[in-house]
Write a protein that binds this ligand. Sequence first.
Ligand SMILES: [Zn+2]
Length: 336
Amino acid sequence: MKAMILETLQELTPDSEPLKYVDWTDPEPQSDEVVIRVAACGVCHTELDEIEGRLIPPSLPIILGHEVIGYVESVGHDVTQHRIGDRVGVGWIYSSTGDSDENLDPTFQGTGCDHHGGYAEKMSVPARYAYPIPELFKDAEAAPLMCAGSIGYRALKLTQCYDGDPIGLTGFGGSAHLVLSLIHHLYPRSPVSVFARDAESRQFALNLGASWAGPIEATAPVPLKAIIDTTPAWKPVVNALRNLQPGGRLVINAIRKEARDQEELLLLNYHEHLWMERQIQSVANITHYDISEFLKIASEIPIRPTIKTFPLQEANQALRDLKFKPTRGANVLVMS
Ligand SMILES: [Zn+2]
């Protein structure tokens, strides 16, 4: 099969080519696994963390990618839940305990990090971590649901908001634009304020129904009950805390924060940013419950992710665009 592999960690520049297009051995299913013929794989910010070494894969080379949509090609002896030809998706959770807190367990394994992922024509995965994909989604548009959407759903649950609570989103890329649709569906009376660096993303948010959009350092029209931060930076954290109501909660949905602007944290003022029971909560990984629940809700809405597709061989371009260009939605690799 063909695959894009990561052999060495590096800082991604506007013309670097971190992944190599190669011939790779086809995967064979273990007794509890399925092998999937990949149709599409979304490009997630976590891949930048892996390439640039903030989240180091245990062994190299590795095939990245954890927003996978494909068709079951073969199944292990013990697999009962999927048949050959079924369409399934795979997210960031490759395997864990199956318990409700499996995202936090030390045995948690990540797709495209601890095991080869979906930047390839085929991949294998334990059958319980492959999910049926609702029919109404096309392959490529379903891909961002597997991480950006599912983990956005987990982040929204962790805000502990109720319908009517004003909610903020900091950063407006692959995950946040799906969370906005989720909020409209689950909390229809909640106004949504969006903080984004560039004017294009702010306009995109307003087009999708945000009630207000402003730059990262702006003050929202009303104090917010919760804010979900999906940026890789620190400045938005300090600003978000300033925009919270007393008792409000900042949910940081990012596996790693970049060190570049860490000195912004020195601006943290206890009275202004934390006093009055303001809280900070991180989001770690994902459970199979989150993904299954989210796919059901996504098909009820139905969520329609905004995507831009690239052939597998152009994964490097898709990654550079993610880092250097303001994105409108999600970049997705499609296999020929
Ligand atoms: Zn992801």
